[in-house]
Design a protein around this ligand. Sequence first.
Ligand code: F6R
Length: 586
Amino acid sequence: MCGIIGFVGREEAAPILLEGLKRLEYRGYDSAGIVVVDRGALRVVKEVGTVDKLEAAMAGVRLEGLVGLAHTRWATHGGVTRENAHPHLSCDGSVAVIHNGIIENFAELKGALEAKGHVFRSQTDTEVIPHLLEDCLREGMDLATAGVELSSLLKGQFAIVAVSTKFPSSLLAMRRNAPLMIGIGRGENFVASDALAFVDRTNRAIFMDDDTVAVVSNGPEVKVLSSGGQPIKAEVVEVAHELSKPDKENYEHFTIKEIFEQPTTVGRVLDQDAGTLTFFRRELQNAKRVFFIASGTSYHAGMLGRLFLSENMGIYSEVVVASEFRSVEGWFKEGTVVIAISQSGETADVLTAVGSARAQGATVVSLVNRTPSTLERYSDVALKLNAGTEVGVAATKSLTAQVALLYRVSKKDSEEKEIERLQEALDSVLTTEPLVVKVAEAIKASKDVYFLGRGLGYPIALEGALKLKELAYLHAEGLAAGELKHGPLALIERGTPLVLINPVDETYEETLSNGAEVKARGGTIVGVSTQSNRLYDWFIKVPEAPRQLMPVVEMVPLQLLAYHTARLLNADVDKPRNLAKSVTVK
Ligand code: F6R
């Protein structure tokens, strides 16, 4: 969701903030803004659109100062306008605030502030914060005390960074259920929603805990307090250098680069600590019940994980969409293991479910790509995907790593060789790209596209449809092949494209019959299989891989299909409209 960065140091803040903001843009990109404390006054520039637009708007504006904040927005409350872009200022212009999250009691707070004479300029929930802070500071509180007071007044979830002209050399930071890190440099410090924002200048960081407040100046000491005002000794950790500046290399987009990285990244799931892996497996074997909890693409990985646990370990489990965890929450108790899967490790829906599981005594084991992350910290044990930074908003290489790692967890023997075979198959399946471009050309004008799969192919049907929706903005539906005749078949018209995921396993003939039902009604069939069939109008031949890993291989042409359809339709592939890479609000 929104990207936050604050800087306090001995160099001009504006260029450093801008650079950090560019790296945070994946979090939200409907508008952006910057504020610098310039000789006792706050200078603000805000713009609707991308960070490039903000940069253009900054040209020629005096933004001199060693302290400042910057923000990329993903709108929740209030439309996409310059007024609603962050930073937001208090009435007297002495306080500026950037925020990620949702202030649930903003209407009530706003009413009370307006009654006291405060004037609001935006429709956002965020704007209550600078007005409240202005009042606290006017009453004589120092920054830390004001932060503690503020966190007692605010309901909801937030990562907040503020500056005040009264304390021109410090940043105030506050966190509750939204990511926020402090970067500790030499003579300069940062507060950001992601270490990516500052990792080119320092790899030392403090991961703020929920319900903490921090006051950050340019010295080595950072003051961290609990929401009750008690000082906390904060641990400084090193952030991985794989976070270093993402580079598109010779690719046109990050998304296609990440698709092509998969033969390499999938192999890195083998780099696991043996003890952690053993603990993970033992927890599953001893569990009374197991739930997978995840959202979006990670949920589709969980669906495959469920099949792996069942077939390879004889463990029954359930897969639950994270935002629907309440339907099983009553089972989160001792003896339950929750497997949380998340690329970012910051998805609010996942963290909420995990929070409930922990509170009730369940064990939480997780698969996560970004580290450090809140999910990793909230897990009894976390396995790392090691897929490297995924910049494209659409999940690609993280999915293949999740599935390969789940397979590894569930299968103790010979998995190393099988992962190597998978890598070879991924290398080879990428050569389908020229054919996939032709299929993309053929489907790009379609009203609807359907994806059908059975068994191991079903989660991939869902994922193929999700990719096409989010990248190409085409309506797509993934279906369990057998469900077609129970309703959706009515939607098939002459020329409707159907992508049939059809591995040559026990589901082959039945899936083929479902394809025939569509063909008989005029549909166009795109077969994704190791074996050709007369039924297919287009045949994307995929190479052989171990049976349970076939979904990973079949997924690649579907990722390519979504990517190339999006390109042909001139969609913003790396940053699809309305979406954000890390969904930190509920
Ligand atoms: C789809 C996509 C999203 C994420 C979902 C969960 O391409 O990227 O559906 O999979 O928001 O994100 P994580 O895995 O970070 O929890």
